[in-house]
Design a protein around this ligand. Structure first.
Ligand code: PGA
Length: 231
């Protein structure tokens, strides 16, 4: 039992997360690090392709992402909505009214890079809607895309979590477009064959708790997706 307790309060925890999750994580990480000061937490923040590569190499204890790979033996637990919204400059003519998806057809888009899970979800969704976006710029940064949209370079579809509680402060409007936002949860993922360390178990509990409390600022509806326990 002493060993278990020591295991709980010290040790190393490695977590790899996609870029969209880094806006949510600080809200729970502070509490976790105060509660378990002896746990050495190592975070890696990269895009989906980077997270999947780390997963294939068994480099981390836990992974946080929206689109877990279908071809791996993993345990997947959805825990918080990560809606992808259409953003435009604040003074865009479509701001503040309901738009059809077809109205997006003529717009120029700033998109995330290939390998991004956000990009994959956007590509798939637009394809399902029969839309081929005009891509003006491809940028591997949510923040850069956000600021470039505010400066009038085009529209984008980004995680709601990457925007301020009041996007107008950032010069942005979230457009009310039919079939949007794209709805998908983040999941906590680990390799099925991996025995979860006590720090990893504690981190999962903290994440679930923080997600339960999270009425993320300004998010339209952060219903917690029903936790699916596997493994
Ligand atoms: P990413 O994040 O666009 O940084 O790859 C995708 C995700 O939310 O899983």
């Amino acid at each position: 039992a002493i060993g278990a307790l020591q295991g709980m309060h010290s040790g190393r925890l490695r977590v790899a997360l996609v870029t969209t999750a880094k806006y949510f994580l600080p809200r729970m990480l502070g509490a976790f690090c105060r509660r378990y000061p002896e746990i050495d937490v190592q975070l890696e923040i990269t895009n989906r392709a980077g997270v999947v590569a780390r997963m294939r190499g068994n480099e981390d204890d836990l992974y946080i992402m929206s689109l877990p790979p279908a071809d791996m033996d993993i345990v997947v637990r959805p825990f918080l909505d990560n809606p992808l919204v259409v953003i435009a400059p604040l003074d865009h003519p479509a701001a503040g009214r309901r738009c059809t998806a077809a109205e997006l057809a003529g717009a120029s888009f700033l998109l995330r890079e290939p390998g991004s899970g956000s990009r994959a979800a956007v590509d798939r969704h637009l394809q399902q809607l029969g839309l081929t976006p005009t891509v003006r710029l491809t940028v591997a940064s949510n923040e850069a895309i956000r600021d470039l949209v505010a400066s009038g370079l085009g529209l984008a579809i980004l995680s709601r979590h990457s925007l301020a509680a009041d996007p107008a402060e950032q010069g942005l409007a979230i457009l009310d477009v039919e079939h949007f936002p794209i709805r998908q949860p983040w999941s906590i993922v680990h390799l099925k064959g991996k025995v979860l360390s006590l720090p990893a178990q504690a981190f999962i509990r903290e994440l679930l708790e923080a997600a339960g409390e999270s009425r993320a600022p300004g998010l339209p509806d952060t219903k917690k997706p029903s936790a699916r326990q596997e493994g």
